[in-house]
Write a protein that binds this ligand. Structure first.
Ligand code: ADP
Ligand code: MG
Length: 370
């Protein structure tokens, strides 16, 4: 590793989605922030067609392989993310066949639902864009990074994480419309009004590969087909659409997506009006919808949300794909310690792994550091 060539260092952050969950692949609304935690990629170009990969993350073994050998399904584990970026760039027609040395260092919690995977692929994608003068826009880079998960790894994830990591700005939440990928940056200052956005990492492992995420996505596609719309976003009469679907899981899934889009709009309206506290009930309603209609919560996430609310949080919800990972809680600054303490105590009483806490401060998107 000591002989790794380094021409520059690029950083990409993890993300917290304030609200708008499982709406990205339904052409809906999302509202992410980038967090201060970043993944750094130190990258240098090679000319011999080799890709050399190393990460300081515990258990991440280094790997050396030929760029020409990259193909979907050939790699699993952490190296699939940086190698997948090189594969996706080549698949998009960019000449990056010379290879590279890529060294990864990160303080984004891994597997906690804060999108360490997108931080990793986005840092590498931005590095290649700069080093090879590819001229890709941030949206194009997000697509490349998404192809890493969808096509190289076979995970049917949406593009929220990659867009957030590449496009968010400090001090703002990004209101994004996935129908056309237009958006606006909305000032989001919790500290300025005496609030904290607390992240509760439940430490319950979330596994995208388990199929729950793919099943939800498939249900949405099935419902859109039944309703004769290109995507759930194109539904103009929500009540009629719900009534037209068979009672049961399909109707519940669609109800989550339709109501979640409305909650994002309400949250954005509250932030635009400068009323951060007013978003609390939207967060809690989002959680209930994911728990009851989308059925992607788990005992740890429900415990985190319920305990935080009982201890005074203005609102709380699971974030990310679900089935584990992190929750957020909007809390008064003065209650922040008590909320964390209550969650920790309840986790201990229920025999769950000790949770971790972070503060989510809206931070800058991906950038070159040196
Ligand atoms: P999340 O994105 O929520 O953190 P994922 O399961 O989508 O969870 O991605 C986690 C995976 O990303 C890890 O298992 C590992 O393969 C890869 N990864 C993320 N950050 C790093 C890193 N710093 N070093 C090596 N691998 C990483
Ligand atoms: Mg991920």
């Amino acid at each position: 590793m000591s002989d790794f060539a380094v021409e520059g260092v690029w950083a990409a952050p993890g993300r917290v989605n304030v609200i708008g969950e499982h709406t990205d692949y339904n052409n809906g609304f999302v509202l992410p922030i980038a967090i201060p935690h970043t993944t750094r990629a130190s990258v240098g170009r090679r000319t011999d067609g080799l890709l050399r990969l190393a990460s300081s993350h515990a258990g991440a073994e280094p790997l050396e392989l030929a760029v020409a050998d990259l193909a979907p399904g050939t790699l699993s584990g952490w190296t699939a993310y940086p190698a997948g970026v090189v594969w996706a760039l080549r698949a998009a027609g960019y000449d990056v066949s010379g290879g590279a040395d890529i060294r990864i260092d990160s303080d984004v919690p891994v597997g906690a639902g804060l999108s360490s995977s997108a931080a990793l692929s986005c840092a590498v994608a931005l590095a290649f864009n700069d080093l090879h003068d590819l001229g890709c826009s941030r949206v194009e880079l997000a697509r490349i990074a998404q192809q890493v998960e969808n096509d190289f790894l076979g995970l049917p994830t949406g593009m929220l994480d990659q867009m957030a990591s590449l496009g968010c700005t400090a001090g703002h939440a990004w209101f994004l419309d996935f129908r056309d990928l237009t958006g606006s940056h909305i000032p989001f200052d919790c500290e300025g009004v005496g609030l904290r956005l607390l992240v509760i990492d439940t430490r319950a492992a979330h596994a995208l590969v388990d199929g729950g995420y793919a099943a939800r996505r498939a249900s949405c596609e099935e419902a859109a087909l039944l309703l004769g719309v290109p995507s759930l976003r194109e539904i103009t009469d929500p009540d009629a659409a719900l009534a037209a679907l068979p009672a049961g899981p399909l109707r519940m899934r669609v109800r989550h997506v339709l109501t979640e889009n409305v909650r994002v709009l309400r949250t954005v309206a509250a932030l635009r009006a400068g009323d951060v506290r007013a978003i609390g009930p939207e967060l809690t309603a989002s959680h209930a919808s994911m728990r009851d209609d989308y059925t992607i919560s788990c005992p740890e996430l429900d415990t985190a949300v319920d305990t935080a609310s009982a201890a005074g949080a203005l609102g709380a919800r699971l974030i990310g794909g679900g089935f584990g990972g992190s929750a957020i809680a909007l809390v008064e600054e003065d209650d922040s310690g008590a909320v964390a303490e209550a969650v920790e105590k309840t986790f201990a009483a229920r025999g769950f792994t000790t949770p971790r806490f972070f503060e989510a401060i809206p931070s800058a998107g991906a950038r070159r550091l040196s």
